[in-house]
Design a protein around this ligand. Structure first.
Ligand code: DSN
Length: 484
């Protein structure tokens, strides 16, 4: 199946009105700090002129972007809908209720929490909601207390030690897991005793028997599924079976692929929401909303998630919650399903484009929105490949591959994602061309001596690739009709 390159960018129908709004906004900013107005114009020009292939980025619609620039930014609203620590939150209540309602309807979740400011915040809320439900609440009941403030210093210290002495099993960073899934440099690795499951050394795929064996041995309180750089789908029904067998809570972090869940590309066992106890996501990646986070939960965990503020969060970003509501409303439109399917189809096309040109992909391909290219066959590190591609106007990010000999800084891989360019209207043919351009750059780039960072690109290659990509970018404009 190939993508339909007629998928139209959101906001085209009101581009003239959005242009007026942006021109007015930039004129106002110009009068106060012209350098910010300049940088804002330049950012749009740069995004318009480059091949954005960062798997975690997208282009939100003008409606979503404009929603963030309002007076909701000025309002404090700690607490939750109808139960705030501040007065005059009636309009924030409307916004937060709508964001949650759209999220519940879109994902078929019993409960949604729209306050997290980011993915890490969403995961922190989830961790503490699970700890509150499974450790704190029974601990209080055992001590005959209703609230932590009713405990003696000694009892509170015991309970605190218990809360800080729990186990978490998640996917390893080098096989595609995320920093917040228990890695020591991140707070998740400091809060929990952590262990990782990886992927099969031959196939690169998750080995569910190995995950089950690790879970039986380690007995985690929380089993985390989800990834940032694994180019394959996950069977969440199997993950839930494993969690149930060892008494773990299944937390799925769908930050990367929420758009494919919303667009019904991932259904049945591949849809995490009916299987997970708690599901977290960002809203700005394949979901194409504002930068932010979201937590979905079963009835069991909902009351604790609803206390995300004050448990973990401060005042919610009400202007961003409003933009989440707008983006989620967009994602409920039939056009979003076409978009999500095109994201997945385009990733196939990109992967096939690489493979037929002899490039080496982790797991041999993809069945989600991302492709992980092992660049060692080009004699390069990920760092060198990322920089050379950027010189040619191709924006990607370097990424570790499983058991990466070059570590997490230099890496041996480049991660590519299709959500952003699919929003611009790229289809299968354009993604095949992207593969050709990437291979052109990498096969004409040489590492300098033993350096893991320095490189040389053959003369004329960057210009050739710039020119070829300018043609496809012009045929698929970003924000068509939007003029500043
Ligand atoms: N920074 C995100 C990504 O690129 O995958 C994850 O936090």
């Amino acid at each position: 199946m190939t993508a339909d390159s007629s998928i139209s960018a959101p906001g085209t129908e009101y581009a003239a009105t959005a242009s007026e709004a942006y021109r007015a906004a930039l004129a106002v900013i110009e009068s106060v700090e012209p350098r910010i107005a300049d940088a804002t114009r330049k950012e749009l020009a740069d995004q318009r002129d480059s091949l954005k292939l960062i798997a975690s980025e997208n282009y939100a619609s003008p409606a979503v972007l404009l929603t963030m620039g309002t007076w909701f930014s000025d309002k404090y609203a700690e607490g939750t809908v109808g139960h705030r620590f501040y007065a005059a939150c009636q309009n924030v209540d409307t916004v937060e209720s709508l964001a949650a309602e759209h999220a519940r309807e879109l994902f078929g979740a019993p409960y949604a929490y729209a306050q997290p400011h980011s993915g890490i915040d969403a995961n922190l809320v989830a961790f503490w909601a699970i700890l509150a439900t499974r450790i704190e609440a029974p601990g209080l009941a055992e001590l005959g207390a209703k609230h932590v403030n009713d405990l003696s210093e000694q009892d509170w210290e015991k309970l605190r030690n218990k809360l800080g002495n729990q186990r978490l099993l998640g996917m390893s960073l080098d096989t595609g897991g995320h920093l917040t899934h228990g890695f020591r440099p991140n707070i998740s690795g400091k809060m929990f005793h952590q262990r990782s499951y990886g992927t099969d050394a031959q196939t690169g795929l998750i080995d569910y028997d190995a995950v089950a064996a690790a879970a039986r041995e380690f007995k985690p309180l929380i089993l985390v599924a989800g990834y940032s750089a694994y180019p394959r789908r996950v069977n969440f029904a199997k993950m839930r079976e494993i969690a149930d067998e060892v008494g773990a809570t299944l937390l799925v972090d769908m930050a990367h692929f929420a758009g494919l869940v919303a667009g019904k590309v991932f259904t049945g066992d591949e849809d995490p929401v009916p299987h997970a106890h708690v599901t977290t996501t960002t809203t700005h990646k394949s979901l194409r909303g504002p930068r932010g986070g979201l937590v979905l939960a079963t009835e069991e965990y909902a009351p604790a998630v609803d206390k995300g503020c004050p448990m973990v969060l401060g005042g919610p970003l009400s202007h961003v919650m409003a933009a989440k509501a707008v983006a989620l409303a967009e994602a409920r439109q039939p056009a979003f399903r076409e978009y999500a399917q095109a994201v997945a189809d385009n990733a196939q096309s990109l992967a096939e484009g690489f493979t037929k040109r002899g490039a080496n992909l982790v797991t041999g391909g993809t069945d989600n929105h991302l492709v992980l290219l092992d660049v060692t066959s080009f004699g390069l590190t990920g760092r060198q490949a990322e920089s050379a591609l950027l010189d040619a106007g191709v924006v990607t990010n370097r990424n570790a591959v499983p058991a990466d000999p070059n570590g997490a800084w230099y890496t041996s891989g480049i991660r590519f994602g299709t959500p952003a360019l699919t929003t611009r209207g790229f289809g299968a043919a354009e993604f095949d061309k992207v593969a050709e351009l990437v291979v052109d750059v990498l096969s004409n780039t040489q590492a300098e001596g033993s350096s893991k960072a320095k490189y040389t690109i053959a003369d004329g290659v960057a210009d050739r690739v710039h020119a070829a990509s300018a043609e496809i970018l012009a045929a698929n404009p970003l924000y068509p009709g939007l003029t500043l």
